[in-house]
Design a protein around this ligand. Structure first.
Ligand code: LLP
Length: 431
């Protein structure tokens, strides 16, 4: 068995002479220096994915807003903003981060079904490019805040086009039962009545139909449904010059064959030209998903009656996707492997958390593992660190960015002090 095959993912984590490298740095060297678990990211992969997507749509000068929710590390945000990316935010916290890394307000778009008046006010003050508005009452709220501030808020109506994106039910968002977006009928009414909202300028529509979508077809269907709203808006005197297609571009976790940016652009561009609109994209996973791995150390090899477990020092607290969505993540050894006998060397890779769902990977052929060995969980760049928690008193890991043969810590490992920093023991009350 070839335990360290060439990894056919479009990223820069590859084995050389039986050892896993991130770009030109041996992953083991990072683990020795900063400990485990640790997330490791490749600068080259991150920038490469951003550029590939931007280039595919060059003809329409797209605004590519990286979705902060996928990975909110300041160094990662800063490097993407430096490349020209904007940011897609969903909260006042993400607005704060966006401004911290120097993202021009004119490149920030804001979606979320529950924006508070304070968040709307602060975003308006900062002058963000656009609110993706998710309901009629929210449109009213934005209008009121804007008028009070004597500003005009740019708004795109987030449509719920009732399109099935054929992805996991927890990450599909564009079907009628979902809490997201405005149905086509209501949106049509809102653009017709746009003069009622003097504090608001409706500049176009927003769509985000789900995540990890591997084909262009659902996007095309959603655009076709959105076209009706664009037309109604224009008939009512609005320019409707923008369409935001959201994020959702799928990546390879296992054996998916996702569309390439070029394929995607080929399917979508004709529609944009026909509708005469500028484009915003909000990719998260596509840019950072395969640009990060979670490195973890084997603590014990445990033999059960029907199973063999590799108990590692990372779990659902560092990567919740397998537990939450039954998601598949590749696991590879960081150092060269010992050849294994038939049937031997197949493990469930499990974490130390007291939950049966704390399984990172099932039935993986990894060769004969020994305690102390390092494993890398692939595809952990998106929705990994951002969804990490302190459950079970666990400390959130360090994060490292590699660039060529250099690397740096971009988030320090939490300490025991961090774990209790916000707790208060009210002496009076407990006496
Ligand atoms: N735009 C909007 C409005 C979104 O809601 C999302 C993701 C994105 C963009 C970015 O989507 P992406 O390109 O990353 O697919 N935790 C889940 C994914 C939740 C996605 C939520 N919204 C997971 O780990 O699969």
């Amino acid at each position: 068995m070839n335990v360290l095959p060439m990894i056919h993912y479009p990223h820069d984590f590859q084995p050389k002479q039986g050892e896993l490298y991130c770009e030109r740095v041996p992953v083991q060297r990072i683990a020795e220096a900063v400990g485990t678990p640790v997330y490791v990211y490749s600068h080259k992969t991150l920038v490469g994915h951003y550029r590939k997507l931007h280039a595919a749509f060059r003809a329409v000068k797209p605004l590519v807003c990286f979705s902060v929710k996928a990975n909110g590390n300041l160094a990662i945000l800063r490097l993407l903003v430096r490349c020209g990316a904007g940011l897609d935010i969903v909260s006042g916290g993400e607005l704060f981060k966006a401004r911290r890394v120097g993202c021009p307000a004119s490149r920030i778009v804001y979606a979320s079904v529950g924006k508070t008046p304070e968040e709307i006010r602060e975003s308006l003050r900062q002058g963000i490019f656009c609110f993706n508005v998710e309901s009629a009452p929210e449109l009213k709220a934005v209008d009121e805040v804007a008028r009070r501030l004597k500003r005009r808020a740019r708004v795109a109506l987030r449509l719920n086009p009732d399109v099935d994106a054929h992805t996991h039910r927890h990450i599909t968002t564009g079907v009628a039962e979902s809490k997201f977006g405005i149905d086509i009928e209501t949106a049509t009414r809102l653009v017709r009545e746009h003069q009622r909202y003097a504090g608001v300028e409706i500049i176009g529509v927003h769509l985000h139909i789900g995540s990890q979508i591997t084909h262009a077809q659902p996007f095309v269907l959603a655009i076709q449904r959105a076209a009706a709203v664009m037309e109604a808006g224009r008939a009512a005197g609005l320019a409707m010059g923008w369409i935001n297609l959201g994020g959702g571009l799928g990546i390879i976790y296992k054996d998916e064959r996702p569309q390439t940016p070029a394929d995607f652009a080929r399917r979508v561009l004709p529609w944009l030209k026909r509708l005469k609109v500028r484009l915003i994209l909000e990719p998260g996973r596509f840019i950072v998903g395969n640009a990060g791995v979670l490195v973890t150390r084997v603590l014990y090899v445990k033999q059960a009656r029907r199973k063999q477990f590799a108990v590692v020092d990372a779990g659902m607290t560092e990567l919740i996707r397998p537990a939450l969505y039954d998601a598949y993540h590749g696991v590879v050894r960081v150092q060269g492997a010992v050849a294994s006998r038939n049937g031997y060397g197949v493990y469930d890779v499990v974490g130390p958390v007291c939950e049966s769902a704390d399984v990172l990977a099932r039935d993986r052929a990894l060769g004969a593992l020994a305690p102390g060995e390092l494993l890398a969980v692939l595809g952990a760049g998106a929705y990994g660190s951002v969804m990490a928690s302190n459950y079970n008193g666990r400390l959130r890991p360090a994060e490292v960015l590699v660039r060529g043969s250099r690397w740096a810590v971009i988030r320090k490992r939490e300490t025991l002090r961090d774990l209790v920093r916000q707790d208060v023991i009210p002496g009076e009350l407990l006496r």
